[in-house]
Design a protein around this ligand. Structure first.
Ligand code: NAD
Length: 481
């Protein structure tokens, strides 16, 4: 099942051993499971050239044909969900219990959805008296996708599916920490009938991403990554007036009122902090609980969290796996130390487990105040901070006191309050009495420093196409002289 070479360019695996070696390790044991090479300038150039050469013919296909390729790829992915999920688990360390339902399946949904949408993309007719105008929805050209390591299959597909549906081609660079899964998507798209060059994958760290972003043949860059990387990539793209989509980090509020269904809210807090070992951008890491139910909420949260099955992510019984890397684990540990030093109470967990793999217990902090580091900075690990609040007005102000604005949620039985709260939360995606569900049918993305543009849904079409306007003169032209 493992890819057979580092890069996938112009419809085939290619290798260039001159690129520095990137060892790929399984986060469950730290063992090396594969080796890939970083793309050399020759590979970067070949990938962009192949995407450029393929683009006009791909855009000129009947849209139903483009859509059919994507839908066939969706079917192939669903048929191979087991093996793709196993690879995702090896690449990321996420429990097989999660990857079987959240990764390849999500990629298949995106390919199916945008495959269906491809043939519906049309322009407008604009009557102007005798004259008239029309618009065409046209692709941007060659797009670059750059991924984070937490959802390597999903991120690749969420970018490729709308890009290809609109008639663009793509060069995708996965995170250097999870290089394997996107290669399988490239393979499957070819099997589904995509012409060579339509979707290329090359490996490397930030320097390869930078080379792609700065290349003049690239029309658009879609990045999923941290806010600091987003600022650099956005600036580089802006210098050549390129289109961008930026899916960046978050520090999102989960607000629980005392009339909420407490068990449901505890489930949401667990999903919003400990799924994928807390390595999810939209996580609700600031859990605001109204003071009347704070103690009961904390007790139930601890009781439920203590039942997490932590272990080998390949074991179907495991529901809490390792973190991606030693580095990400030590970042998480350093935030736990800061939390304690700044006066928060470590109410549960937070201990490193075992010598092999990158395991840590889920951590729950109570008595957190808004000025603490764990309350302000994205940790990207399984660290939940619990705050209490009294009034609606107060909690909205505190929830919005951050530069980030990816997501947010409210739990309450009061219908009008629920809608008031989500309207007031400064974030791109909000949930009422739910958390972190992101079906392809709905737009997903961030406000403020959490990003620009939206992935998924019809909104993503705007991010991968532009409108061209044509004025049609129907009468002789008058002039002043
Ligand atoms: P990162 O910012 O370190 O890296 C992201 C990607 O950018 C990697 O592929 C990296 O190689 C590349 N990169 C780094 N510097 C670059 C440069 N100068 N030019 C071009 N590319 C460059 O992020 P990460 O550690 O891989 O992922 C974690 C972050 O991603 C978190 O902040 C998380 O919130 C965010 N994230 C956001 C979403 C979302 O949809 N909003 C989803 C997943 C993860």
């Amino acid at each position: 099942m493992q890819p057979t070479a580092s890069h996938f360019v112009n419809g085939a695996y290619v290798e260039d051993k001159n690129g520095p070696l990137i060892p790929v390790t399984f986060p469950g044991t730290g063992e090396e499971i594969a080796r890939v090479h970083e793309a050399t300038p020759a590979i970067v150039d070949a990938a962009i050239a192949s995407a450029k050469a393929a683009q006009s013919a791909w855009a000129a296909l009947m849209p139903v044909e483009r859509g059919r390729v994507l839908r066939r790829a969706a079917d192939l992915i669903r048929a191979r969900n087991q093996e793709l999920s196993e690879l995702e688990t090896l690449d990321t360390g996420k429990p097989i219990q999660e990857t079987l339902v959240a990764d390849a399946t999500s990629a298949a949904d995106a390919l199916e959805y945008f495959g269906g949408l491809a043939a519906t993309l049309t322009g407008d007719h604009i009557p102007l008296g005798g004259d008239w105008a029309y618009t065409m929805r046209i692709p941007l050209g060659v797009c670059v996708g750059i991924g984070a390591w937490n959802y390597p299959t999903q991120i690749a597909a969420w970018k490729a599916a709308p890009a290809l549906a609109c008639g663009n081609t793509m060069v995708f660079k996965p995170s250097e920490q999870t290089p394997l899964c996107a290669l399988k998507l490239a393979e499957i798209l070819i099997e589904a009938g995509a012409p060579p060059g339509v979707f290329n994958v090359i490996q490397g760290a930030g320097s390869v991403g930078k080379a792609l972003v700065e290349d003049r043949r690239i029309a658009k860059v879609s990045l999923t990554g941290s806010a600091p990387t987003g600022k650099k990539v956005y600036a580089a793209a802006a210098s050549q007036m390129k289109h961008v989509t930026m899916e960046l980090g978050g520090k999102s509020p989960l607000i629980i009122f005392d009339d909420a269904d407490v068990d449901s809210a505890v489930s949401a807090a667990i999903n919003a902090n400990f799924y994928s070992s807390g390595q999810i951008c939209s996580n609700g890491t600031r859990v605001f609980v109204q003071s009347g139910i704070k103690d009961a909420f904390l007790d139930r949260l601890i009781a439920r969290t203590s039942k997490a099955v932590i272990g080998d992510p390949r074991d179907p019984a495991t529901n809490f796996g390792p973190m991606i890397s030693e580095e990400q684990l030590s970042i998480t540990c350093s935030y736990i130390e800061k939390g304690k030093a700044e006066g928060a109470t470590l109410a549960y967990g937070g201990q490193r487990l075992g010598a092999d793999g990158h395991f840590i217990e889920p951590a729950i902090f109570s008595d957190v105040t808004d000025d603490m580091s764990i309350a302000r900075e994205e940790i990207f690990g399984p660290v939940l901070s619990l705050f209490d609040f009294e009034t609606e007005e107060e909690v909205i102000k505190r929830a919005n006191a951050t530069d980030l604005g990816l997501s947010g949620a409210v739990f309450t039985a009061d219908l009008t309050r629920a809608h008031r709260i989500v309207a007031a939360i400064e974030a791109g995606t909000c949930w009422i009495n739910q958390y972190n569900l992101t079906p392809v049918e709905m737009p997903f993305g961030g406000s403020k420093a959490s990003g620009i543009g939206r992935e998924n849904s019809k909104a993503a079409i705007e991010s991968y196409s532009e409108i061209k306007t044509i004025y049609v003169g129907m009468s002789p032209v008058d002039a002043a002289f």
